[in-house]
Unconditional design. Structure first.
Ligand code: SAM
Length: 291
């Protein structure tokens, strides 16, 4: 089913102790403890025997309770002399992964349907904040949009540029700004920049410019208010978070207050559930559609 849709990056299994992802020719097992790892390896072997698909390499990644204990995945089986990179496809679009770049390989699979929706909206100008490796910008660019990708990490934006190139897209009409999204948004507003789609997918915690602490629970309204100031009429704004305290109901309730304050009429569209993610796995997401 995924292959037929041009997608080689998806979950193969999910459980309470972790999950298994197919990533092109490779597989990655994310696990909370050794018992879960052993169970997921056995599951992958069984699935492999039944489906006829055998991963070239298996990477494993420990899921710690604390963010500052996060480490890069390790190669568990396969050729250690190969570069720790891969190219996967999603709906025919190519994305580069790097298993040695840190805890995350470069593509958040739970955003698959939101990326597809962005492409279907065919926006003209897209602002992708907290852009990471710019997967949303690549989809928008493929659909003909001009994009502005913003992330604190220049390295991540460089990977975003490589993702554009992987899809044969030049950087013309695509800007990359390494900055704090909260600082940049008011500057964009003052410069008169306006967008018809805006991606807001911030981390739960981070340190922004000059060490400022970002906490999504506390600063969510600041972000939505600033985004509304650069939103064109009919702008689609993706609200997304991994913070377990902010489910789609809370995202709607809190962003509705922002829209009221900024005097913008809005409607909401829920994302359909992903076939390979059980309830409770993946980010909470919601589209806020400005009228
Ligand atoms: C959850 S990831 C975003 C994932 C991305 N939306 C995607 O689907 O691939 C969070 C990103 O936010 C960036 N970041 C953290 N704090 C930031 C800030 N204050 N301003 C801009 N980017 C920030 C991080 O460098 C990281 O790349």
């Amino acid at each position: 089913m995924f292959e037929a849709a041009g997608t080689t990056a998806h979950r193969l299994a999910s459980g309470s102790g972790g999950w298994v992802e197919r990533l092109g020719d490779d597989a990655m097992i994310s696990h909370k403890n050794d018992a879960a790892l052993a169970e997921l390896i056995t599951g992958l072997q069984k699935w492999s025997a039944e489906s006829g698909w055998t991963p070239v390499r298996i990477f494993t990644r420990f899921l710690p309770l604390k963010n500052d204990e996060r480490i890069s995945p390790i190669l568990r089986s396969g050729d250690a002399t190969l570069p720790p990179t891969a190219v996967v496809t999603e709906a025919g679009i190519r994305y580069g992964l790097d298993f040695a770049a840190g805890y995350s390989h470069g593509l958040f699979l739970d955003q698959r349907l939101n990326r597809a929706k962005l492409g279907m909206l065919r926006p003209k100008r897209v602002l992708n904040t907290f852009a990471y490796t710019c997967s949303f910008s690549v989809v928008a660019a493929r659909a003909g949009a001009e994009t502005l990708s913003v992330d604190l990490s220049r390295k991540s934006l460089d990977r975003g540029k490589q993702n554009l190139a992987l899809n044969g897209i030049t950087e013309t009409g695509h800007r990359f700004i390494a900055d704090d999204a909260l600082d940049l948004l008011p500057r964009l507003e003052n410069r008169g920049e306006r967008f018809d789609a805006i991606i807001l997918d911030p981390p739960t915690f981070s340190r922004g410019n000059s060490g400022r602490l970002w906490q999504v629970e506390q600063h969510f309204e600041d972000l939505v208010n600033a985004a509304l100031m650069v939103a064109m009429p009919k702008c689609a704004i993706l609200l997304s978070t991994n913070c377990t305290k902010l489910d789609p109901v809370a995202l709607e309730r809190r962003s509705r207050m922002c829209a009221k304050i900024k005097r913008r009429a809005v409607d909401y569209v829920r994302t359909a559930s992903l076939i390979d993610f059980p309830p409770g796995h993946g980010a909470s997401t919601l589209w806020m559609m400005v009228r």
